[in-house]
Design a protein around this ligand. Structure first.
Ligand SMILES: [Zn+2]
Ligand SMILES: [Zn+2]
Length: 325
């Protein structure tokens, strides 16, 4: 059976001062797909994949699936395009719905990539999207292949054209909500997957993002297959308080376990820290390792003080198990 893995490169929302913004790497049999492409994408890849024990760079990436053109999701596309073109010697693949890509070049990338003067004194050369990129158009009517990944998409409720994804690879399906207001019909669509990664917010703009409380009220069987991303730092106190909730509604972070989802008490996932800060996180192996600080009462016994990580183990690549039941 194929080995399917998910490595979170960033979990923060747009305004986060603590995390990289939301980005995931989905891998099957050595091929990788990025879901979203924020800046600084190569630094994010290097840190997260090394920590996960599967280090790789953009040369192993088949393509990036991008949900929409807000900067916290796509600000790394210029780096991805230039690096792939000039260093790797080929065009970078982007997978997007046509409504999302309609303004990709003129509304986003052309400012930094549209006119190039290779050397001082030489004339400016005008470039187009397909000089650097191969654009794969996703469809609402069926899956579209990017290497070994079959990608389905569906519009979400967000201020700019945005699509959620269901991505099938190696016999498993990962669903990604992208940015969206709470939408029960979208939840139903996502729920067909083996693992659902959904955004969550504490912001009051609920017409734009999904309040955490809405997700916490979903059926336990679905929550067990759902993980959270795109959250602000101040979601953490809510995670803390939620610890008092009955089993099945508690929050947990996925930890490395090739045997499947290791957390069995609710299955929510948060990644509490920026990979860039790993050297300062108790329990990590960085040279700047510091001894653990005293923990708050509610987190006693958890080495990093994070109730989302009951085992205290380091996060990393997560095996995506087949859906059971
Ligand atoms: Zn966002
Ligand atoms: Zn957005």
């Amino acid at each position: 059976m194929s080995e399917v893995r998910l490595i979170p490169l960033g979990v923060g929302e747009a305004f986060t001062a603590r995390y990289y913004t939301t980005c995931l790497a989905l891998g099957v049999d050595g091929a990788w797909l990025l879901i979203e492409c924020p800046h600084p994408i190569r630094k994010m890849l290097r840190e997260a994949t090394a920590e996960a024990g599967f280090p790789f760079d953009l040369d192993r990436v088949e393509g990036v699936a991008v949900s929409h053109l807000h900067a916290d999701h796509c600000s790394g596309l210029e780096d991805y395009g230039y690096y792939t073109y000039y260093v790797l010697g080929h065009r970078a693949r982007i997978a997007m719905h046509p409504d999302v890509s309609a303004r990709l070049w003129n509304g986003l990338l052309a400012g930094g990539m549209g006119e190039v003067r290779e050397r001082p004194g030489e004339p400016v050369v005008r470039k187009q999207l397909d000089d650097y990129f191969t654009l794969t158009s996703l469809s609402e009517s069926g899956p579209v292949a990017v290497g070994p990944f079959a990608i389905e998409c569906r519009p979400t409720i967000h201020p700019v054209p945005t699509t959620a994804f269901r991505i099938r690879a190696g016999g498993r399906t990962l669903a990604f909500s992208a940015d969206t207001a709470f939408d029960p019909t979208l939840i139903d669509w996502l729920a067909a997957a083996d693992l659902v990664v959904h955004e969550a917010t504490t912001l009051v703009h609920t017409g734009v993002h999904t309040p955490y409380e809405k997700l916490a009220a979903l059926p336990a069987a679905l929550r067990a297959r759902m993980r959270l991303v795109h959250y602000p730092r101040r979601l953490r106190p809510r995670l803390e308080r939620h610890r008092a909730a009955p089993p099945g509604t508690r929050l947990h972070r996925l930890t490395p376990d090739p045997g499947g989802l290791p957390d069995t008490q609710g299955g929510w996932w948060s990644r509490p820290r920026d990979p860039g800060a790993q050297a300062h996180v108790p329990g990590s192996r960085g040279r700047d390792h510091q001894p653990p600080k005293p923990l708050p009462k509610t987190a006693r016994g958890k080495r990093n003080g994070d109730i989302a990580n009951p085992s205290g183990r380091r996060p990393g690549a997560v095996a995506v198990p087949p859906r059971s039941g």
